[in-house]
Design a protein around this ligand. Structure first.
Ligand SMILES: O=C(O)CNC(=O)[C@H](CS)NC(=O)CCC(=O)C(=O)O
Length: 268
């Protein structure tokens, strides 16, 4: 396949999975017609910002959100990257923040667990983020083939670690997926330049899907879901609007950029 249509969903999730799934079903009713189509959902699409800070989690392969994801992928004949969903660890006391990929046949094919956890103080109305208090970090990078394109997986705070992406680029990378829930404060300062840097230095596409707006617990997220081409140009940007952006990635464009500046071959 020489082209793949990609879409990023921007949403303002609540802590209640049923609400978020209902909203997404409404959105999916107007998906673009092109196939193959990869749809990327943001971090914590199914449940975000509970009042008491407790994360939503399911057993792997067993839960209403995972059931729903498989059904949606099959019903719409799409590759569905579920940005992050809490998956309970074997010990049961924590979750992993896991990106699950569902194939158009409805089967889950891939799992990536967020490696870098956001233990950071931010000058916003939350103040202190301590993701590691309820999350186990992932140990492995994951690159997955979708319709002949190599897709590298990352989640939110991973974006700040160029070595995560370079390690994936060693395997040949065509597209980086960045489901996220960047804070409004850090997003305004760093989100777009970080995304563009990852695209430029790895000479690949980036599709980034974000949470956006004011969530019920008062948290504010940055939005600006976007698609960036291998030259670093932003080709779609959601701004602060909820909904879906659609773009396409092309093998020809990847080849052209890598031929114009063979930087990946000049590494030392
Ligand atoms: O835990 C949840 O409820 C949902 N997860 C998140 O919101 C995560 C961990 S707190 N947020 C980030 O990684 C923000 C990164 C960021 O904003 C930056 O790098 O500047």
């Amino acid at each position: 396949m020489s082209e793949l249509t990609v879409a990023a969903v921007q949403m303002c999730s609540t802590p209640e999975p049923a609400d978020n799934m209902q909203w997404l079903e409404w959105l999916f009713a107007s998906l673009p017609a092109a196939r193959p189509l990869l749809v990327v959902l943001p971090e914590c699409f199914a449940a975000f910002g509970s009042e008491d800070g407790s994360p939503y989690g399911e057993q792997l392969g067993d839960g209403r959100v995972q059931d729903w994801l498989g059904k949606q992928a099959l019903a719409h004949n799409i590759w569905l990257l579920a940005g992050s969903l809490g998956i309970r660890t074997d010990a049961g006391d924590k979750i992993t923040a896991s990106s699950l990929l569902f194939a158009p046949n409805g089967q889950r094919t891939t799992r990536y667990d967020k490696r870098h956890l956001f233990d950071v103080d931010v000058a916003d109305n939350v103040g202190s983020y301590r993701e590691s208090s309820y999350t186990e970090p992932g140990q492995q990078i994951v690159v997955v083939d979708i319709e002949g394109f190599n897709i590298g997986l990352s989640i939110c705070y991973d974006l700040r670690f160029p070595e995560h992406f370079r390690a994936m680029a060693e395997q040949g990378l065509d597209l980086i997926a960045v489901p996220a829930a960047f804070t409004a404060v850090t997003g305004k300062a760093h989100w777009q330049p970080l995304l563009q840097a990852r695209a430029i230095e790895n000479q690949c596409y980036v599709v980034a899907a974000g949470q956006c707006g004011q969530h019920p617990n008062g948290r504010e997220t940055h939005g600006h879901s976007m698609v960036i081409d291998p030259w670093g140009q932003v080709t779609s940007d959601s701004g602060k609007q909820l909904g879906i952006i659609v773009d396409s990635i092309s093998r020809q464009r990847l080849n052209d950029v890598r031929q114009a500046i063979p930087a990946l071959k000049h590494r030392r």
